[in-house]
Design a protein around this ligand. Structure first.
Ligand SMILES: *Cc1c(COP(=O)(O)O)cnc(C)c1O
Length: 449
């Protein structure tokens, strides 16, 4: 206990940092080398502000969560209104309008019979739920299938099942003994001017075919981040590949899980990445942008026939899964308000404009000798540093620190530098971000970071 805790609002930034360093364990952070965290006092639109009012443009949408901008008045009002009526109630044996309205809305936005919404708390739990539904759906059909297929570089979260299907992401070596059985097939990542993508796709598809054949009758499901692997460094694939691999999994009787935790809600230029390929998975995982980036909420949406497999008179057939905060009404209200904004603010049109602005950077990047693999998908611009190094390498840490010091939250993933702004970003803000991004590269190249 800390007797200062009732003085929180009066604390100076230095005091907050000092107490942070004494009491907090941050995510994905080596506290032995990390510099002091930045104290954010408030946020508005695409901007974060520190205690002195210094602006930092949030060019990666706060780990891909923020869609319409920070502190949006309509989402703020929806949460405040909801708090006046019911803030939370357990979700077994009870229900409420925000949860039902949101489930109905998601079902109407998703294709086909993706109609059954299971709520959980974050991207990782939505993946756990999808894996458990897939696995148990086989048991309920009288079969045991416990192998999963995942893609090289795929990332699906940090809980044990989600880590297992992300085992090739280089993040989880320490935990490999705890993982379940996963077969990994290549992901044919592509970029602007890539002339070997046909071969890479053919190789990936034949590896998939071999795995489907070899593990026939033991594979429960295949999981993929459609169109864009986020955590692996914004690696894009082509829609034709996605369509073909879904077709192959279906032909082999394997369930298809799309992890749209990062790609959902406009991040690849469509509301859902699956729309690029016109395919419908059996299960889809949604989180990050679901609430506009306001709150931890996730949904695993299943096709009707999968839900039906869990019906019966025995509890044994039911899905034994749930969380204390399942379908939290505040979070569901935030999500409903955030989804309403796509029509009200013509968000998809705004994304088209961000995409066009990003495309003007492709030639600028192609002309440089220090970067490569420049690429744009929807509101995402990415490229690789040729001398990039590993996750949290010196070059990428220096760049990140310089960008923050100069007013931009641009946080490279290893050698990958990328921009994924909130959709409310203005053209003028984008131009400033490009200029800063390029100056950082120039300084890195000349050794003056
Ligand atoms: C971020 C992410 C997750 C994990 O979500 P959390 O909310 O961090 O648990 C899962 N899958 C993908 C594709 C992600 O980008």
């Amino acid at each position: 206990m800390n007797e200062q805790s009732n003085l929180l609002t009066a604390a100076s930034p230095d005091d907050i940092v000092a107490r942070d360093k004494r009491y907090i364990w941050h995510p994905y952070t080596q506290h032995g080398t990390e510099t002091d965290p930045l104290v954010v006092a408030r946020a508005k639109g695409a901007s974060l502000f520190d205690a002195d009012g210094r602006e930092i443009l949030d060019m990666i949408s706060s780990w891909w969560t923020c869609t319409h901008g920070h502190a949006h008045p309509k989402i703020n009002a929806a949460i405040a209104r909801q708090a006046e009526t019911i803030e939370h109630v357990m979700f077994a044996g009870f229900t409420h309008a925000p949860a039902v309205d949101l489930a109905e809305t998601l079902a109407s936005l998703l294709p086909g019979d993706l109609n059954r919404v299971f709520y959980s708390d974050d991207g990782s739990t939505s993946v756990e739920v999808a894996i458990k539904i897939a696995y148990q759906s086989w048991i309920n059909r009288g079969e045991t299938r416990s192998t999963l297929i995942a893609f090289e570089g795929g990332y699906h979260g940090d809980t044990l099942g989600a880590m297992s299907v992300g085992c090739s992401s280089q993040m989880f070596g320490a935990f490999k003994d705890l993982m379940c059985d996963v077969r990994v097939v290549p992901f044919p990542a592509t970029f602007d001017g890539d002339d070997a993508v046909d071969e890479r796709e053919a190789a990936a598809l034949s590896a998939l075919e071999a795995t489907l054949f070899e593990c026939k009758d033991t594979i429960a499901a295949m999981i993929i981040e459609p169109m864009m692997q986020g955590s692996a460094g914004m690696r894009f694939c082509r829609p034709g590949f996605l369509a073909r691999m879904v077709e192959m999994a279906r032909a082999a009787g394997v369930l298809v899980i799309f992890d749209e935790v990062a790609t959902g809600f406009g991040r690849t230029g469509r509301l859902f990445a699956m729309e690029h390929a016109g395919v419908t998975p059996d299960l889809v995982c949604l989180s990050k942008g679901l609430t506009g980036g306001y709150m931890p909420l996730a949904a695993t949406v299943a096709r009707d026939w999968l839900f039906d497999l869990f019906l019966g008179q025995d509890f044994d057939r039911a899905l034994p899964h749930g969380h204390s905060f399942t379908a939290n009404p505040l979070a569901c209200s935030a999500a409903l308000a955030a989804l309403g904004l796509y029509a009200e603010e013509q968000t998809m049109m705004r994304i088209v404009k961000i995409n066009a602005a990003h495309r003007t950077m492709l030639d600028v990047l192609a002309a440089r000798t220090d970067v490569s693999r420049q690429r744009v998908l929807g509101p995402v611009l990415a490229f690789e540093l040729n001398e990039g190094g590993a996750y949290q390498s010196e070059a990428s840490r220096k760049l990140r620190a310089w960008y923050i010091a100069n007013g931009f939250n641009i946080r490279p993933i290893g050698p990958t530098v990328y921009l994924m702004p909130p959709y409310c970003i203005t053209d003028e803000e984008l131009l400033r971000a490009y200029a800063c991004m390029i100056e950082g590269l120039d300084r890195l190249a000349s050794g003056s970071l």
